[in-house]
Design a protein around this ligand. Sequence first.
Ligand SMILES: Nc1ncnc2c1ncn2[C@@H]1O[C@H](COP(=O)(O)OP(=O)(O)OP(=O)(O)O)[C@@H](O)[C@H]1O
Ligand SMILES: Nc1ncnc2c1ncn2[C@@H]1O[C@H](COP(=O)(O)OP(=O)(O)OP(=O)(O)O)[C@@H](O)[C@H]1O
Ligand SMILES: [Mg+2]
Ligand SMILES: [Mg+2]
Lengths: 451, 451
Amino acid sequence: HLDFSSISPSEFFYRNRQMAGFGNPAQATYSTVRELVENSLDSCEDAGRAPVIAVSLETTASSQVVISVEDNGLGLPYDEVPSAFGQVLYGSKYGLRQKRGTFGLGVTMAVLYGQITTDSPVIIHTQSDNRGWVYRLYIDIENNHPLVEESSERIRSETGTTVTVRIEGDLPRAASRIDDYLRLTSIATPHARLVLRIDDETTLDVGPWTEILPPQPMEAKPHPRSADTELVRRTMAGKQALSLKDYLIGSFQQVGRKTASEFIRFLGLDSKRRVGDLSRTEISRISSVLKSYDSFSRPDGNSLSPIGREAFLKGVQSLYEPEYFSYASRGPLEWDGYPFILEGVIASGAAFPKGEEPTLFRFANRVPLLYDASDDILTKSLKRVSWSRYGIPNGVPWGIFVSFCSTKVPYQAAGKQSIATLDEIESAGLALFRALGRGALKQTKRQKRSK
Amino acid sequence: HLDFSSISPSEFFYRNRQMAGFGNPAQATYSTVRELVENSLDSCEDAGRAPVIAVSLETTASSQVVISVEDNGLGLPYDEVPSAFGQVLYGSKYGLRQKRGTFGLGVTMAVLYGQITTDSPVIIHTQSDNRGWVYRLYIDIENNHPLVEESSERIRSETGTTVTVRIEGDLPRAASRIDDYLRLTSIATPHARLVLRIDDETTLDVGPWTEILPPQPMEAKPHPRSADTELVRRTMAGKQALSLKDYLIGSFQQVGRKTASEFIRFLGLDSKRRVGDLSRTEISRISSVLKSYDSFSRPDGNSLSPIGREAFLKGVQSLYEPEYFSYASRGPLEWDGYPFILEGVIASGAAFPKGEEPTLFRFANRVPLLYDASDDILTKSLKRVSWSRYGIPNGVPWGIFVSFCSTKVPYQAAGKQSIATLDEIESAGLALFRALGRGALKQTKRQKRSK
Ligand SMILES: Nc1ncnc2c1ncn2[C@@H]1O[C@H](COP(=O)(O)OP(=O)(O)OP(=O)(O)O)[C@@H](O)[C@H]1O
Ligand SMILES: Nc1ncnc2c1ncn2[C@@H]1O[C@H](COP(=O)(O)OP(=O)(O)OP(=O)(O)O)[C@@H](O)[C@H]1O
Ligand SMILES: [Mg+2]
Ligand SMILES: [Mg+2]
């Protein structure tokens, strides 16, 4: 008869590692660098420090690649290292504020891939207080927990982390993408210095372009429009004695005393009802009306960290030296109750490939997205714009850099390369691209008049 | 300080449900139908029975949709229902043979989505032996286990299963896609009858086109070229006393006594060495050489179930009435040691949209893929062909139906809509499309001569 069983999350991602960007050696080489650099940048920003990140790639005999990423971030506490690196769905980024990481999966995928292709443990050298530690560890894939081969004390020059993995890779095919990735990362994080060494030769050393550190995004309460029955159930847990009014004000952002009273009146309920006395039907109704009630103000933008006009333009100028460039932004807006901002820079110059429409460079939460462009909603929005209406192309190659930032990025897959189709993001994309187009058209007309 | 924690796999897919195709109400409506129909078809084929599957969609007040799918499959055992429907990463399809399902996730996503948007339990009426059961259940999302609201005995007309969920949906937007999905499913499963009822009106009743049931795919041993250190470690577990030679012959397909001896000699090892006495370095080397050693025969095709020339052509003819049509296939081939077959039908006629290249209809393991076309490796292969060389277009619209089947489909995301980039699949796609193009060119020339 049929054999029913369950698998662990690490087993799931071992079997389906192409979903996380580890389906072939070239992409695995890229994804390993990306996952490690993302973590380093998140940590430096948590530390409130200007990031200095060194990526080292070393080819060995056969097609193995040793990838090492060093940062000056917060480091990790000694007792958190095994789970952070050797367990899938374990991390520190499950809250509601803008971060690059989101799943608690990324670095463990690199560890897993290195282990299954080269039988090598990951090596972590980290310092978060006044003691440094080196770990060599593996992951028990069937059971989703770490296997520590060794851990010992070792001094490190400052707090921060160095992660080293050995994988079956394809450096010739991945090298130029990794270079692009770091250059584009430099545009999105102008306050960072990024160094790339390949076989002991420094091939890239970019940034910082600015001394100014972006303000840290604040942890936010959920917005009413992100509500579903599960969120309402969880936010009600442990608040059985509260009044419905106090529950709403305490659990959601953009809900003050006046708004809460109006909302409760709209529902036809008594604001003094205790949460614990509400029926299942009433709770279900509260959840669906929270989602659709349109008198709540838009979610706060202070859990976001946009690149900003000045920094974005400076980065594009420094790396692409365009003849023309302009910036536009949309937001804070929201998708499903999560705040987002969309920023864009349109630029023309010889550095861009020729094409019927501008070449699109995408960013999500300050991370360049280099794969899976065609199904990204921003790419689809770009293709819907009638670029000829804005005089594009006009004999000059154009590029558009678009940066999406949100407390939650709706990625299409666990490899975090492409944004899913959501109406609010699609219309914001269209609006932004048209604004950038109008700016370009003005410039083209101005140039013609001056000739 | 930072707060480290873990999340369950159901929590992961709750937070990231767009990755599984449940990111917006229209796609969730489609995905719910797809996940349920896939399960029904898998079960009917396990039963060795011609599938009869009835899909019923009912709009209710507000935008809720009640989706019910009924089949004549194997049913589920009483004690397996809660975990199968109320736990993520639990199922019966983790083996190595061609099936539609693969993750143990799909139906639980529909349950989860229905629960969070409408607070409704899933209703399952199933019979696998001589007793029928009805369950109403929810999923505990934080802890990934089922919550059975009620289960009771209820007679069912025959073995099989009926699953009913109520979701926040968008039937107007999803209806035509669901219709396309069922028609295309009928092409891929010509031995099935598929019925669609929307608000009590039968809008589709297709198939069967043939009485012949496809042979059931056989469970296969892994092929050596699918080896990695994890697979070798697991297949060695419990075989410590075996000789290396007997271990290889017993654990992998395409390894007989002669091949095993040659392989061991190639490694420079003694074939009588006990598995338990091998060093870690030796095991790691065995794993990497298993992958690269090219003298193992190709994997068996008997774990596959291709549509077949006659059935595929018949389905396309019945539904599209083309003026010209021809079939080609490639394989059994392999990707990463997993066997696959690629079949295609090229057809021309008024039923197809006009375009610079043929319109592509994709199938994976007999399931139509209607979303995420642009990043699919088969779509990318199609675009690389110089269709003008084959006289396409020539004033006539063309369509290509391409069916990929394998013991493992490398999906790009958990929504199973798009195939990842793997070199062997890309080249097989190119070869297949060119073969179809040559067939079309021949036909076009023949037609011109006859005029
Ligand atoms: N270089 C680093 N410095 C400090 N902490 C780190 C570093 N790398 C990883 N971590 C910690 O390990 C955790 C797990 O990392 P991992 O990349 O697996 O998940 P994540 O970054 O939270 O999410 P994602 O899967 O989206 O990358 C992180 O949440 C972070 O707390
Ligand atoms: N209609 C059905 N008839 C018989 N068994 C079913 C049916 N629906 C679900 N099942 C059982 O429940 C299990 C879980 O279903 P689920 O769709 O979650 O996973 P899956 O089909 O194994 O994989 P996938 O996530 O790729 O769909 C299946 O493996 C199957 O054993
Ligand atoms: Mg990470
Ligand atoms: Mg399924």
